[in-house]
Design a protein around this ligand. Sequence first.
Ligand SMILES: Cc1cc2nc3c(=O)[nH]c(=O)nc-3n(C[C@H](O)[C@H](O)[C@H](O)COP(=O)(O)OP(=O)(O)OC[C@H]3O[C@@H](n4cnc5c(N)ncnc54)[C@H](O)[C@@H]3O)c2cc1C
Length: 481
Amino acid sequence: MTGPKIAIIGGGPAGLLLARLLQHSSLACTVFELDADRHARTQGGTLDLHESTAQLALKEAGLYEKFLAHARPEGEVLKIYDASGTVLMDENEGIGVRRPNTMSNRPEIDRVLLRAMLLDSLVPGSVQWGMKLSRVEQVQGADNERTYDLHFTNGHVATGFDIIVGADGAWSKVRPLVTDAKPFYSGISGLDVKLSSANTRHPDLGKRTGGGMCLTLGPNKGILAQRNGDGAVRCYAFMRAMESWDQDSGIDFGQMETAKREFVARYFGDWDQGAKDMVLRSDADSSVVRHLFMLPLGLTWCSRPGIALIGDAAHLMTPFAGVGVNVAMEDALLLARAIVAAASQKKTITTRTDKSALAAALQKYDADMFVRAERYAQQTWMYLGLFFHERGGVAMVEHFERMQAQESAAAVTAAAALKEEVKASAPTTSAEKMMAGGVGVAEVVRAPSDLPASTSASSASSPVGSGTTPLMEAKVGPHVE
Ligand SMILES: Cc1cc2nc3c(=O)[nH]c(=O)nc-3n(C[C@H](O)[C@H](O)[C@H](O)COP(=O)(O)OP(=O)(O)OC[C@H]3O[C@@H](n4cnc5c(N)ncnc54)[C@H](O)[C@@H]3O)c2cc1C
């Protein structure tokens, strides 16, 4: 199928997945990515992919089996310490509360593997590397039809696109076409460090971390460690702080080994040594100061024909609910469905009517995305408050206890409702009970008084003998004691 000419800006999880989904439906597209090549930079830590969003998108992209080959369900466990080193909960060892079932089936995958899997799934040549978008220009054609040209920092101009998808992350260059909104500082920042081969080089810290995520949470601060598939532990020492804290601190973050010691002494000085060692013994040259940014909660804009945003470009949020990549991949899925549905009506998208159908599809995508994104952003904001709570890890554990209690109560209510439903449809007469139990014809006929009023002994024996009866069908259902 020859469809609209589509450019995707950014080859992160959202952009690459969208490309795969479109190509899977025989729609051509080009991804423009600023990295020089696929190995240009380390991709960072690990991501947990949720069942109803990212996993669903991978299924639709025909990549679910490949994902399972790389996924680490064992990485889902959570451990929480307080700042003094007391374990508040540990899913590795079954200590304390477990998170509710609604938070399970979220296996981890290393970012680098996710990106490689998506890249390998694309038509060769569909990613153009070393292309940093600087601006998008709308062009009015001779037939009064609008298309878009892309200007890159290397001077290249790519022309004549019907659809531009901004999948270019936090500092999107496509976003200004639809809104003036810019990311703002979330109030959280700190150091991002890495401990390579944690189990062999730092067995005590490997043990401390466990198999998945390990949070040490003190008042308004946290040392958040996460095991990666390559044996490394990625660790963030984050806190509530002014945006300029790193400059104001007088610590020279250009000399990172000294800076790490000063940072830990100043901001985490009275914390448990195990937590502090996660930062102090991290790899040389792996550490960076990181400030977390976000877009306003509930951000919306007027849809613009031919322009769509997905992932962080549309709704940058902090990582504290662990949903950023999941909503990004859900965006890719829903946008792909919208474009494919609109484009599949026609072999080419040339006329004004074709473009109107596309514009309507993008508008609907936007409207739906605004609602979903706001929900996830609210959830993320709530978790930010729990990660950086004045009562530290206790507040998070209490939150999980409340969720667990709600889930148990909901399960009891659901079980009672099901029992009532089954009871209401249960056989009331002996004949019905016998039929439900698979009792033979002769036995039914021996108890004519139990038959429904309209059913004589002879008519009762006949349908049973002839096969499945409505009565029997009605008995197919859940078994309750
Ligand atoms: C510290 C941290 C931890 C996180 N942990 C989690 C987690 O556990 N779970 C979770 O769900 N989410 C997590 N997130 C959020 C998650 O990383 C993002 O939501 C996700 O990566 C968004 O994907 P994306 O494709 O929209 O954007 P990105 O991953 O940012 O990809 C954007 C791509 O666009 C390219 N690009 C940027 N500008 C241009 C340009 N001008 N021209 C061309 N290309 C460009 C970039 O090089 C990049 O490849 C975390 C984020 C951070 C910062």
